[in-house]
Ligand binder design. Structure first.
Ligand SMILES: [Zn+2]
Length: 359
């Protein structure tokens, strides 16, 4: 790759994968793809989820990752202890307190998955809960970066359009128990309305591949708002179908778009390596390649300046040119406080190994 690149959207979802322990998992990707740096986003999995890594445990993993690789960026997530956010959260575990603890540890931003229909349902389907509103206010005040996943492709609500594959992992939302596509948009936009200067990056192009005018209106209204183009493979079909329109859109909005691959340990490095190659060629070249779902994707060949904005400058502007250091005392305090909330025994055992090695 000719340009500098920062992948803004990676995850750690296990302790071990076929390429070994999570602690070095993205270094192979960095070296082989030639990217400059990357950002790992913790996932608010909710305690008791299938893979038994709670949000707090995932934050702890990400913090240790940064102790092992101090130049890497990490975004933390909030822990939700209940299936639904209670009217008031126990003191000391409210979101503002959690947020302050995480910032003190040395996280570079916050990742929210609470707008994805599945997680949204688990927190009680309300992005405007007063406890969350207090948290957004702090984040806006500090200009802390949030990667915010809101919504999913509209086809996931349609029983005739959703794929079997998505159905099988619980991503069919048309059974009446999830918020609708429109409700999710209106809740998220009410958050933007209330906190118009928050440094929010909406993940996956805000699922607006077919409705770019909707996204453009938001970008025009909120100057600190950005989107990432982490696939969401369906958006690339829209980009390809309206190639000339999107070349202009990307050039014009180049200061508002970030890149990410959604690479996730324990999956092997070849996935983000392949994905970033596609994204890079889409942004910076005119190459025609076989990309997502084996469909052709024609590079936009954006200007040098627009390419640099999208590939790394926007991330550096919004987060920092340099990752924050980890404060070991703050990390120890966080572990001591949250360890009793982690129930999975193998997770506890792995965290204890990390403590011995790194703290
Ligand atoms: Zn993601």
């Amino acid at each position: 790759m000719k340009n500098k690149v920062i992948d803004g959207h990676l995850h750690i979802e296990a302790f071990y994968g076929e390429e070994g322990c999570f602690i070095d998992s993205f270094e192979k990707y960095r070296n082989e793809a030639g990217i400059a740096n990357y950002n790992i986003c913790a996932i608010p999995c909710l305690t008791g989820n299938a893979n038994e890594i709670s949000s707090a445990a995932n934050n702890i993993q990400c913090a240790f990752y940064k102790l092992a690789h101090p130049d890497v960026f990490v975004h933390a997530c909030l822990e939700h202890f209940a299936k639904e956010i209670p009217e008031t959260i126990d003191e000391g575990f409210d979101y503002v307190t959690q947020y302050k603890e995480l910032m003190e540890i040395g996280f570079d931003g916050i990742k929210m998955l609470e707008g994805k229909p599945t997680y949204h349902k688990r927190i009680g389907k309300n992005l405007l809960h007063p406890e969350l509103m207090r948290f957004y206010a702090e984040v806006e005040n500090d200009n802390t970066h949030i990667v915010f996943h809101v919504n999913d492709p509209e086809t996931f609500w349609d029983p005739n359009e959703v794929s079997e594959e998505h159905k099988n992992i619980g991503w069919f939302y048309g059974d009446g128990t999830f918020a609708t596509h429109d409700e999710l948009y209106s809740q998220a936009e009410a958050v933007l309305e209330a906190f118009p200067n928050a440094a929010i990056t909406l993940a996956h192009f805000y699922f607006c591949g077919d409705t770019p005018e909707k996204l453009q209106a938001l970008l025009d209204k909120y100057p600190n708002l950005c989107v990432d183009i982490t696939p969401g493979t369906e958006m690339y079909n829209s980009f390809e179908a309206k190639h000339d329109f999107y070349r202009d859109f990307f050039e014009k909005n180049s200061k508002r778009i970030l890149v990410g691959t959604d690479g996730a340990h324990p999956l092997p490095a070849r996935f983000p390596i392949w994905c970033m190659d596609r994204l890079y060629r889409f942004i910076a070249t005119s190459d025609v390649v076989s990309a997502f779902d084996d469909k052709p994707l024609t590079g936009l060949a954006l200007s040098e300046e627009a390419s640099a904005n999208i590939l790394y400058k926007n991330f550096e502007r919004r987060v920092s040119a340099q990752a924050k250091p980890i404060n070991k005392d703050a990390l120890k305090a966080y572990i001591n406080k949250y360890l009793p909330t982690i129930t999975a025994e193998n997770t506890l055992a792995e965290i204890n190994k990390l403590i011995e090695k790194y703290l």
